[in-house]
Design a protein around this ligand. Sequence first.
Ligand SMILES: Cc1cc2nc3c(=O)[nH]c(=O)nc-3n(C[C@H](O)[C@H](O)[C@H](O)COP(=O)(O)O)c2cc1C
Length: 223
Amino acid sequence: MPVSLRTGKLNPSDSLTDYACIHREMAPSVVMRRTIGHFFGIMHHWSDSPSTMYIRTPRTPSNDFDAAHFKKALSQFATGVTVITTRLADGTLLGLTASSFNSVSLAPPLVLWSLSDRASSMPVFSENSHYVINILGAGQAALAEQFARKTGDRFAGVDFTLSRTGQPVLTGASAWFECHNRSRYPEGDHVIFVGEVEHCEVSPQAALIFHDGGFVQTAKLEK
Ligand SMILES: Cc1cc2nc3c(=O)[nH]c(=O)nc-3n(C[C@H](O)[C@H](O)[C@H](O)COP(=O)(O)O)c2cc1C
């Protein structure tokens, strides 16, 4: 497919939907400004740098890889490992292992993680006002496995305390973030949760890492 390099000016043949999608990473106000300009056929003078160029390539009709190949490729991205915990009003504890954690914003302090839409804990994490994200240390691989199991009591034999809002904080975690359940964004077969951090604690140590389908731990490189 030919790749057209374009200036920021609108092309009357672009569909509004495509345009909004291509610019989905822009602020909604920017998409709206450009969409309105398009609608009226105005040759807009963009507030962006006039030298800004966009690459526009049509989407491929289908992916040329299967899920196993996609997962293998993703597994090369080493992540930390968390256990995300919450509690029902009747005291029932919930928790699951998640490696999809990441930081989002410093001010306000925001983090994200994603939960499979098949997760049994989805209704609770969707409705509870708070949860705690526990970052596991290198010595906590067994906890990561325990909190990913489909059956059994995941909290059996687990040492924890309760946060201000009553969520389990796993003893020995290298850090933990008590989050207000700020927003949720369904995407594909997962829901992205954005949490606003109300409290966090740190206990620096070697980190548990998930890479290529297995657990490893961090070690400082020799200088
Ligand atoms: C290292 C590791 C990372 C995981 N990361 C996630 C994740 O980010 N999101 C997710 O939905 N499941 C993740 N899982 C799978 C869940 O822990 C597992 O499916 C769990 O059973 C879901 O719990 P639930 O069905 O009780 O909610 C991960 C599992 C492992 C072992």
